[in-house]
Design a protein around this ligand. Structure first.
Ligand code: C5P
Length: 221
C-alpha cells in the first residue's frame, strides 16, 4: 500500500504535536513539527538582536539558518546551525514573539520550501497552521484539530511548572492573542482547509484523537 502525507493544523495548544507524533509512530512515518521551525527563527532573531517587526533583517537572517529536525526521545530534537535548541525554543520569551516572526513573507517562503522538500517522498505527518491549505495542499489526509481555549490553557498550565509557572488566566489571554494573530495575518493565515476533517479534542483523550486520525488514514492507504 502506498505512503501518504498527513497534515494536522489548528490553533495553539490543541494537542497537534502530541497527536501528530503518535500518528507518525503508529504508521512508521516521519513527524515534522513546523511550529518548531518558526520558533527556531524567533530564537535566532532574539540572539541576533533583531526585532520581530524587521522584515528585511529577518529575511536576511533566515537565509543564514540551518534548521534540522531529528526524532528525539520527547518528540523532536531541533538543531539550529548545529546547536541543540530543543528546549530553548519553548521559553515564553520565544512563544510571545513567534507569531509576529511567522507573519513575514521572507520567513514563510524559506520555511515552506524546507517543509515541502521534507514531504517530497511521502510518509510524513506534518503539523502547523497552514499545512493543509498551503504547504501540502495535496496531502491525502487533512485534520483541523480544535479545542476550547479553556482546555488549551489548562493543558499548557499543566506543562509549565516551577519558575516557568504562569497564572492560567494569563495563559488563556496569551493563547487567544496568538490565535488572533495567526488567524488575521495576511499570508497563509490559520484557517480550516475545505477538505479537512475537523476534530474537536475538548472532550477526547489523546488516544481517541489518534485513533480517529488513523481511521482516516486507513481509508486512504
Ligand atoms: O505550533 P507552535 O505553537 O509551536 O507554533 C508556534 C507559532 O509558529 C504559531 O503560533 C504560528 O505563529 C507559527 N506557525 C506558523 N505556521 C506553521 C506553524 C507555526 O505560522 N505552519
Amino acid at each position: 500500500s502506498g505512503r501518504i502525507n498527513v497534515a494536522i493544523d489548528g490553533p495553539a495548544g490543541a494537542g497537534k504535536s502530541t497527536v501528530a507524533r503518535k500518528v507518525a509512530e503508529q504508521l512508521g512515518y516521519i513527524y515534522v513539527d513546523t511550529g518548531a521551525m518558526y520558533r527556531a527563527v524567533a530564537y535566532a532573531a532574539i540572539g541576533a538582536g533583531i526585532g520581530p517587526d524587521d522584515s528585511d533583517k529577518l529575511g536576511r537572517l533566515v537565509q543564514t539558518l540551518r534548521i534540522e529536525l531529528a526524532p528525539g526521545s520527547e518528540g523532536q530534537t531541533v538543531w539550529l546551525n548545529g546547536e541543540n535548541v530543543t528546549s530553548a525554543i519553548r521559553t515564553r520569551e520565544v512563544t510571545l514573539i513567534v507569531s509576529q516572526i511567522a507573519s513575514h513573507e521572507p520567513v514563510r517562503l524559506k520555511l515552506v520550501g524546507l517543509q515541502r522538500a521534507l514531504a517530497d517522498s511521502k510518509g510524513i505527518v506534518m503539523d502547523g497552521r497552514d499545512i493543509g491549505t498551503h504547504v501540502l495542499p495535496g496531502a491525502e489526509v487533512k485534520v483541523f484539530l480544535v479545542a476550547s481555549v479553556e482546555v488549551r490553557a489548562l493543558r499548557r498550565f499543566q506543562e509549565l511548572s516551577g519558575d516557568q509557572a504562569v497564572p492560567i488566566e494569563q495563559l488563556e489571554r496569551e493563547i487567544a492573542e496568538r490565535d488572533r494573530s495567526d488567524e488575521r495575518r495576511e499570508i497563509s493565515p490559520l484557517i480550516c482547509a475545505k477538505d479537512a476533517e475537523v476534530i474537536d479534542s475538548t472532550e477526547l483523550t489523546i488516544d481517541q484523537v489518534v485513533e480517529r486520525i488513523l481511521d482516516l488514514c486507513r481509508t486512504k492507504t
